[in-house]
Design a protein around this ligand. Structure first.
Ligand SMILES: [Zn+2]
Length: 56
């Protein structure tokens, strides 16, 4: 019991647009693509490239 970071489900973490830097909650798809949750896969700026936000 207790918290387990590998407990399954969709992996979600913070990521940011590689162009404008807007931060999103990101899901990593099966093919490794990073997709911001709650969007159609692109940033509001139109960019579709994202990078994982460094944990602090
Ligand atoms: Zn952007």
């Amino acid at each position: 019991m207790g918290e387990d970071l590998q407990s399954g489900g969709e992996p979600e973490f913070l990521g940011q647009c590689s162009d404008c830097g807007h931060v999103y909650t990101i899901q990593e798809l099966e093919d490794g693509e990073l997709r911001p949750v709650g969007t159609d896969g692109t940033c509001t700026c139109g960019n579709d490239g994202f990078v994982i936000h460094p944990a602090e």
